[in-house]
Each structure stands twice: as structure tokens, then as C-alpha cells.
Write a new protein. Structure first.
Lengths: 73, 210
């Protein structure tokens, strides 16, 4: 009986030693935008996964959609 | 590619709130959370100016510096994003941000403050690009679709410009040269740690080399 009681007491006393660590984990890495969504609902004119094509697509889109001086003159 | 930037041209903004509406619709932002809003300076006084304000994706972001759980990260394009699975909703970022960008939903039990929500430059979050999980937490990932932020793309007067910093600066510079005024870009110096046009430069400390 005594050993059982001793084991039970040890379990109760050492219960706090099983606490999980609370150190900060690394932030999850995001996929790069040029990799695309893998779906068909994307802007036409660039290939998903091609970084250069994605960059030129965004630059062209910014000029066409936002530079009204470029369209008028 | 340079870093992704927003510029709001106060000479053109007509306070229509179209950018705010487009943002809320595109990302299905909940009631009470405004990722973007239009602020009017000197309202009612002749010469008033309006500007559209959201997260400016600062080069040296104060929200990143104060976050106790390190939930923020910066993409290769310079967009400041955060991981809602890590955010604890403490609100430190809201106090640190000079633009009031971090927003907190409060529809929970007892009005408890939820996870922080802010403008993502339409770049989603750490979940897989274009996934339902990403949309549910952060909204559409338009950058991964080869598109620019919807607020700027649908701006009727093209007051709000978004995109690659070099392109955006070129468009704005051309405008200023053509109209001959309105070179001041509100928030630019604060967000991007650069000298603002039309403002006196900050003198270098004595003995410093340029």
C-alpha cells in the first residue's frame, strides 16, 4: 500500500513539470504572389509561377488602369 | 520589382467612399470593421481635402515592432501581413499604428475583442493562395491573381494609386508636373521613412556622412 501511495504523491507533486513550452514559434511562411492561385480566375496575360511575367503584368496593369495621362496623351 | 505602395492624391479624392465600399465587398469584411476609410481634413472649409487611409505597409512598421506574439511578417513585395492564428487580439498594434489601420471585430460574447483585421494590399494571408481558408480569414488574394488592390483599381478619379513603388511614383510625378501643384503626399514620409515632397528635409546630425 505504501509504495502506491508514494507513487500517487509523486505524480501529484510532479504534475506541473509536464507543462508545455511557451516559446514563440516562427511565423508561417506565405507563398509568393507570383506563384498564383492555381485556378482559372486570374488576370489574363501572364503565366502562373513565372515571376517576371507576374511583375510585368502588374506594371502594365498599373499603367493601363491608373495612369490616365498615359491614355489621354 | 520595388515594394508595393499606396499613394492617395488629395487633389483628386472626392470623398465618394467607393474605395471603402469596394474593399468591404471584395473581402466580405464584417460589420464594424473598416480596412479602409476616407478622412476629410478641414471639413466644410473652402479648400478641404480628403484622403483614403488604410494600412500603408510601412517600411519600418511599428505594428511589427510592438506585437508581443510576432504575428506580423513582410512579403517579398514589401506587403505587411499577419497571421490570425497567432494573433491574440491584444491591440498593441492599434496603439502603435499612426494610421489607425488595425481593426478589431467586437461581435463576440460580452463584446470581447477578436483577432486583428487590416488591409492586406489584397494579398491574403499565410494560407494557400486563393484557398477558402485564406478568403475566410483575410479576403481575396488579388495579387496572386495578377491584379492590383481593388480600392485603387476601381477609384473613379484615380486618386488612389496602388502598385509597384516605381510605377506609382512615376504616375504621380507625371500628374504633379502636368498640373503644377499638389506634390504633397499625406502619410508618405511616415510610412516609407522618406522625405516628403514640398517639405523641408531633415538635417543630418552633426558629423554624419551623407
Amino acid at each position: 500500500m505504501k509504495p502506491i501511495l508514494l507513487v500517487c504523491a509523486l505524480v501529484v507533486l510532479l504534475a506541473a513539470c509536464g507543462e508545455t513550452p511557451q516559446t514563440l514559434g516562427a511565423v508561417r511562411k506565405d507563398d509568393s504572389a507570383y506563384q498564383g492561385t492555381g485556378k482559372g480566375f486570374v488576370a489574363a496575360g501572364w503565366k502562373q509561377g513565372d515571376k517576371a511575367a507576374w511583375e510585368s503584368q502588374l506594371k502594365a496593369r498599373a499603367q493601363q488602369g491608373q495612369n490616365d495621362y498615359g491614355r489621354m496623351n | 520589382m520595388a515594394r508595393m505602395k499606396f499613394i492617395c492624391d488629395a487633389e483628386r479624392c472626392i470623398e465618394c467612399n467607393g474605395c471603402v465600399t469596394a474593399c468591404k465587398n471584395e473581402h466580405e469584411v464584417p460589420w464594424g470593421v473598416n480596412r479602409r476609410r476616407v478622412v476629410t481634413l478641414n471639413d466644410g472649409i473652402p479648400g478641404e481635402r480628403s484622403i483614403s487611409v488604410a494600412c500603408m505597409h510601412c517600411s519600418d512598421a511599428p505594428c511589427m515592432a510592438v506585437c508581443p506574439v510576432n504575428c506580423f511578417y513582410r512579403t517579398d513585395e514589401g506587403v505587411v501581413l499577419h497571421d490570425k492564428d497567432v494573433c491574440i487580439g491584444c491591440g498593441y498594434c492599434a496603439y502603435a499604428c499612426p494610421f489607425g489601420a488595425p481593426q478589431f471585430p467586437s461581435q463576440g460574447t460580452f463584446g470581447v475583442r477578436g483577432k486583428m483585421d487590416k488591409c492586406t494590399f489584397c494579398a491574403g494571408g499565410p494560407e494557400a493562395n486563393g484557398s477558402q481558408a485564406e478568403f475566410d480569414k483575410y479576403g481575396r488574394n488579388r495579387l496572386a491573381e495578377g491584379k492590383l488592390p481593388v480600392c485603387a483599381e476601381m477609384c473613379a478619379t484615380k486618386a488612389l494609386i496602388a502598385g509597384d513603388g516605381d510605377v506609382v511614383a512615376d504616375i504621380f510625378r507625371n500628374r504633379v508636373l502636368k498640373r503644377g501643384k499638389g506634390a504633397e503626399v499625406w502619410g508618405w514620409g511616415t510610412a516609407y521613412a522618406s522625405k516628403q515632397a514640398g517639405q523641408p528635409g531633415v538635417s543630418a546630425p552633426e558629423g554624419a556622412k551623407s
